[in-house]
Design a protein around this ligand. Structure first.
Ligand code: MEV
Length: 422
């Protein structure tokens, strides 16, 4: 084993296999471990190497398909990449239970992204604000010239907003470039625009620009989903009332709202990841939006309609695209888009919103009735059976006994396995 060091000069220049060898030397990995890392599955090493730096392998996550979804009248299969059990089943169950009432209906506010330019060192920020607003036509021209391809596809600069903020180090004038990014997530496009516009803003105002970057609080790229679950479908008034009480809890308590929204993001992030989109951008946008009222709140809202049925709505920012980044370069992401039939970024975002709403329905229903552990147990029991050494048909047999016994533990699984093998 080589000396333990994290300083590997020129590491980034090595091909992936050589990086594996160098890391193996330092970390003391045997041949089998190295072979495991070199097996990059259905993303070849060269493609992975082109995506990020210092690649030594890939990290496979299960890809499941949520069934039963009807989104805006269209039967839709939705691939989801997640390591968490019950997530795919939860969406499929929720979707099945609202099929008779038409499935899930979605809408969007458009695909507008915001890029921010921070200006400081201006004595009279209100004056500077107007100076910037007066240059709208030039700002539009600079932005549109930055991305002619986007312009050709119907996107480009749409609006200008300038805000004066009181920072601890003095006032700041923050310019928002509002840009239609069409089928792109748009980070590269709007960041380039912000960088291109900044020198002009500095020269018009005599101030100094610092940050030029998109905002992940994409509140002009909102997606909405709504659905009705009939009393019959969900199992009666008791279940509905429990679910409404669960929503009420989240609406008044940020401790609960964080978990409520985590459940929504189980679905949202899984589809975002499956399509090669930026999960962190979507997550930061969702949580910032949830806190916009000054209190962190749920992204969904639940009510009962005039007939007593349960209705749910979700509204959240969703900055996802079909072009750029891993969406294009990851072959699995391309297949996932094909499976769900998303030919526009808008359709993809609507699908993600529908999944988020369905996910929340199932979580609230489980929590308001049997609790979530029961549902988890079946899959958990399978994992425990495998850990105890079960293979093939034994896995099902051992896990079924574990669930029946109500004690899902490795030692119990080992006993069952021994008994079965005798
Ligand atoms: C677990 O990953 C998600 C839940 O905790 C969500 C919720 O509590 O609403 C079940």
């Amino acid at each position: 084993m080589a000396e333990k060091t994290s300083r590997i000069a020129g590491f980034y220049k090595l091909p992936p296999e050589e990086r594996v060898a160098r890391v193996a030397e330092i970390a003391g990995l045997d041949e089998a471990a190295q072979a495991h890392l070199r097996n990059t599955g259905n993303l070849d090493a060269a493609a992975a190497d082109a995506m990020i730096e210092n690649v030594i392998g890939t990290m496979n996550i299960p890809l499941g398909v949520a069934t039963n979804l009807i989104i805006d009248g269209e039967e839709t299969l939705v691939p989801m990449a997640t390591e968490e059990s019950s997530v795919v089943a939860a969406v499929s169950n929720a979707a099945r239970q609202c099929r008779d009432s038409g499935g899930i209906t979605t809408s969007t506010s458009g695909a507008l992204m915001i890029a921010q330019v921070q200006l400081v060192n201006v004595a009279n920020p209100e004056y500077a604000r107007l100076q910037i607003l007066e240059h709208r036509a030039e700002i539009k021209a600079i932005c549109d010239d930055t991305d002619p391809v986007l312009l050709r596809h119907g996107g480009g600069f749409r609006d200008l907003e300038v805000r004066v903020l009181e920072g601890r180090r003095g006032p700041m004038v923050v310019t928002h470039l509002i840009v239609d990014t069409g089928d792109a997530m748009g980070a590269n496009a709007v960041n380039s625009m912000a960088e291109a516009v900044a020198p002009s803003i500095a020269s018009w105002t005599g101030g100094q620009t610092y940050l030029r970057i998109l905002s992940n609080l994409a509140d002009r790229r909102l997606v909405r989903a709504r659905a009705t679950w009939t009393l019959d479908a969900i199992g009666g008034e008791g279940v509905r009332d429990g679910m409404l009480a669960a929503f009420d809890f989240a609406d008044v308590d940020p401790y609960r709202a964080a978990t409520h929204n985590k459940g929504i993001m189980n679905g949202v992030s899984a589809v975002t990841l499956a399509t090669g989109n930026d999960t962190r951008a979507v997550e930061s946008g969702a949580h910032a939006y949830a806190a916009q009222s000054g209190q962190y709140r749920p992204l969904t809202r639940w009510e009962q309609d005039a007939d007593g049925n349960l209705t749910g709505v979700l509204e959240m920012p969703l900055a996802v695209g079909l072009i750029g980044g891993a969406t294009r370069s990851h072959p699995t992401a391309q297949l996932c888009l094909e499976i769900m039939g998303a030919r526009t970024a808008e359709r993809l975002s609507r699908t993600i919103a529908a999944v988020g709403l369905a996910q929340n329905f199932s979580a609230l229903k489980a929590l308001a009735t049997t609790g979530i552990q029961k549902g988890h147990m079946a899959l958990h029991a399978k994992n425990i059976a495998v850990m105890a050494g079960a293979t093939g048909d034994e896995v099902e047999a051992v896990s079924a006994e574990l669930v029946k016994a109500g004690t899902v533990r490795v030692d119990v699984a080992e006993e069952i396995l021994q008994r079965l093998r005798q």
